[in-house]
Design a protein around this ligand. Structure first.
Ligand code: ADP
Ligand code: MG
Length: 351
C-alpha cells in the first residue's frame, strides 16, 4: 500500500530528528514531559528545539522553524502566539500549515473509559481542510466600517481532501463519511465542497456517504455523537466541530491532532490551545501533547515505543484514574508523568 504521506528514512543508528516548536503558554512544560518520557524509554528521536518569539516584528524565527521542518520532514508543536499588531505579521500557526502545504488535519476523537465527560463511547474522526476556506486571511476594510473577508474553496483542494478522507476510511475500517457544510446558504463555496465530496464518494462504493449542515451537526454532536464515524469538512467548521467534540469527551487536554501534506507531517494537541492562564502551575493535562508525540512515533514507524507509551498513558488515565483538574481530578501534571513512567519501567522496548 502506498503511504499517503512521505515518511523520512531513519538516519544512522535508526534515529530520526524531529523539529520541536514548544509555542506559548503550557507548550514548553508539555514538551519537557515528552522529552522526559522519550529519554526514559530510549526513543530513538532527537529534537531540534526552536522557540518563536511571539513579540518578534520579523518572521525570522518562523522561517527558521519552517526550514527545519522541511529538512526533518516531521514536527511537533504547541500553539504559537503572534502578539505583533504589525500588518504583514500573520498567524504563525496558519503560516506553518500553508507554507508546508499541510492540507489536511486529522483529529481522532475516541473516549477514554471512565473519564468525566458529557458522552461515553464516542469514536469518530474529524478530517478538516487545513489551508484554505475562512483561513485564507484575505480581509480588508473596503470602505470605513465595511470589511470584506474572503473564503476560498477550490475544487482541487476539496477533491484532494475528500480523497484523503475516503482513503483514510478504507484503510482504517471506517464505514461512513459525512460531509459537513453550509451549502444551503453558501451555495457556491460550500456547494463546491459538497459536490466534490459526492463525486469522490462514487469511487468508494464500500464506504457510506451522507452530508449534514454544520448547524445541525453541532446539535447532533451534542445530543448523539455516537452516530458519526468520519466527518469531512472545511477549515472553520472543522475547527468548531473538533473543539465541540473534544469538549464532549474530556476537554482541551486530552486529544491530539495531526497535520499532513504530501511531504511533511506536524503533530500537536487537537484543540490547538495555548493554555496561557494555566502555564507554570503544574496543572495542565499532559495527555494531548503526549498523544501528539505517540502519533509522531507511529508516523515514523517507531511503533513499539508508541504502543508502550500509549499503553502506559491508558493505564494511568483509565485503570489508575490519575486525572488532572480539567477532568475533575486532583492530580498534578507531574503526578501523571510519574505514573506513566512507573508503567514504562522495566518494559523491554526494542526496535
Ligand atoms: P488561554 O489561552 O486563555 O489559556 P486557551 O484558548 O488556550 O485559553 O484554552 C482554552 C481552555 O482550555 C482554557 O480554559 C485552558 O485552560 C484549557 N486548556 C487548554 N489546554 C489544556 C490542558 N492541556 N490541560 C488543561 N486545560 C487546558
Ligand atoms: Mg486561545
Amino acid at each position: 500500500q502506498r503511504k499517503i504521506v512521505y515518511v523520512p528514512k531513519a538516519q544512522y543508528g535508526g534515529r530520526h530528528t524531529v523539529t520541536m516548536l514548544p509555542g506559548g503558554g503550557i507548550g514548553s512544560e508539555l514538551m519537557n514531559y515528552v522529552r522526559e518520557i522519550f529519554r526514559y524509554c530510549g526513543v530513538p528521536v532527537d529534537f531540534e528545539i526552536i522557540d518563536i518569539d511571539p513579540n518578534s516584528e520579523t518572521n525570522d524565527d518562523l522561517e527558521y522553524a519552517i526550514t527545519s521542518i522541511k529538512r526533518n520532514g516531521v514536527g511537533i508543536k504547541g500553539n504559537i502566539e503572534t502578539k505583533s499588531e504589525q500588518t504583514g505579521i500573520i498567524s504563525r500557526n496558519v503560516a506553518i500549515r500553508n507554507e508546508l502545504d499541510l492540507f489536511v488535519s486529522v483529529v481522532n476523537c475516541k473516549s477514554y473509559p471512565g473519564v468525566r465527560s458529557h458522552h461515553q463511547n464516542v469514536d469518530l474522526v474529524v478530517i478538516r481542510q487545513n489551508t484554505e476556506g475562512e483561513y485564507a486571511m484575505l480581509e480588508h476594510e473596503s470602505v470605513k466600517g465595511v470589511v470584506e473577508s474572503m473564503k476560498i474553496i477550490t475544487e482541487e483542494a476539496s477533491e484532494r481532501l475528500s480523497r484523503y478522507a475516503f482513503e483514510f476510511a478504507r484503510r482504517n475500517g471506517r464505514k461512513k463519511v459525512t460531509t459537513i457544510h453550509k451549502a444551503n446558504i453558501m451555495k457556491l463555496s460550500d456547494g463546491c465542497f459538497l459536490e466534490t465530496s459526492r463525486k469522490v464518494a462514487k469511487d468508494y462504493p464500500d464506504i457510506k456517504h451522507n452530508d449534514m449542515i454544520i448547524d445541525n451537526t453541532c446539535m447532533q454532536l451534542v445530543s448523539n455523537p455516537q452516530q458519526f464515524d468520519v466527518l469531512l469538512t472545511t477549515n472553520l467548521y472543522g475547527s468548531i466541530t473538533s473543539n465541540v467534540i473534544c469538549g464532549l469527551i474530556g476537554g482541551a487536554g486530552l486529544l491530539s491532532g495531526r497535520n499532513y501534506g504530501d511531504h511533511y507531517a506536524v503533530f500537536e494537541p487537537g484543540t490547538r490551545n495555548t493554555g496561557s492562564t494555566i502555564a507554570g502551575k503544574n496543572i495542565a493535562n499532559p495527555f494531548a501533547m503526549l498523544n501528539a508525540a505517540v502519533d509522531m512515533l507511529n508516523h515514523l514507524g517507531h511503533t513499539q515505543h508508541a504502543n508502550a507509551i500509549a499503553d502506559a498513558m491508558y493505564e494511568t488515565i483509565v485503570t489508575d484514574k490519575i486525572h488532572t483538574a480539567d477532568l475533575g481530578g486532583t492530580a498534578s501534571s507531574t503526578d501523571c508523568i510519574q505514573n506513566i513512567l512507573k508503567h514504562l519501567d522495566g518494559k523491554n522496548i526494542s526496535w
